[in-house]
Design a protein around this ligand. Structure first.
Ligand code: ADP
Length: 191
């Protein structure tokens, strides 16, 4: 199964990604998590990424694409993967198309979690208190929402046109949302 999980910051992608990946026995690949791991280890990639992340901006496509390509090449991703937080730009969509085509497979579905804008901000501010993520301050949250609307929301139409889009209501309890996502994916045939 090759899946993408999309949605605005705060929609619950990371939370749902874990459950969905487990269900299909595939790795959940989160670009945000990989960047954060690099930041905390102080790698050159982390040093570069941090400048953008702290401002709520996207890390440049070349950097992100290269990182995802390496991750997808790892043995555990051969039979499938769930991408959380990638692609986020049209250039990344094209790059991912190339990566998947190269393996002779295809993308099976793109799940987009939708959520009320006020609820999104409330969740992120809540997370700021519990997790202390550097980019969960009010200004940076606002910037991340803008960047999502400008650069990532248009991807929804791209995948809709390809007939891959599955829209899921991301409001409600975590378990309810997971059930909706799994329900929606039950009808998807795997390549
Ligand atoms: P969010 O909670 O906003 O969905 P993530 O944890 O997925 O955040 O990502 C955190 C940050 O990592 C983003 O704001 C961005 O700077 C960077 N990042 C993650 N994925 C990508 C990507 N595909 N392209 C560019 N930058 C990315």
């Amino acid at each position: 199964m090759r899946l993408i999980l999309m949605g605005p910051p705060g929609a619950g992608k990371g939370t749902q990604a874990k459950y969905v990946a487990e269900k299909f026995d595939i790795p959940a690949i989160s670009t945000g998590d990989i960047f954060r791991a690099n930041v905390s280890q102080g790698t050159p990639l982390g040093v570069e990424a941090k400048r953008y992340m702290d401002a709520g901006e996207y890390v440049p496509d070349e950097v992100t694409n290269h990182m995802v390509r390496n991750r997808i090449d790892e043995p555990d991703a051969k039979s499938g993967f769930l991408l959380d937080g990638y692609p986020r730009t049209l250039a990344q969509v094209e790059e991912l198309d190339g990566m998947i085509a190269f393996t002779g497979h295809r993308l099976d579905a793109v799940v987009v979690l939708s959520c009320d804008p006020d609820e999104l901000v409330a969740r992120l501010l809540q997370r700021a208190q519990t997790d202390g993520r550097a980019d969960d301050t009010e200004d940076v949250i606002r910037r991340r929402q803008e960047v999502y609307l400008e650069q990532t929301a248009p991807l929804i139409e791209v995948y809709r046109e390809r007939g891959l889009l599955i829209e899921v209501d991301g409001m409600g309890e975590v378990g309810e949302v997971t059930a909706r996502v799994l329900d929606a994916l039950a009808g998807v045939t795997q390549s």
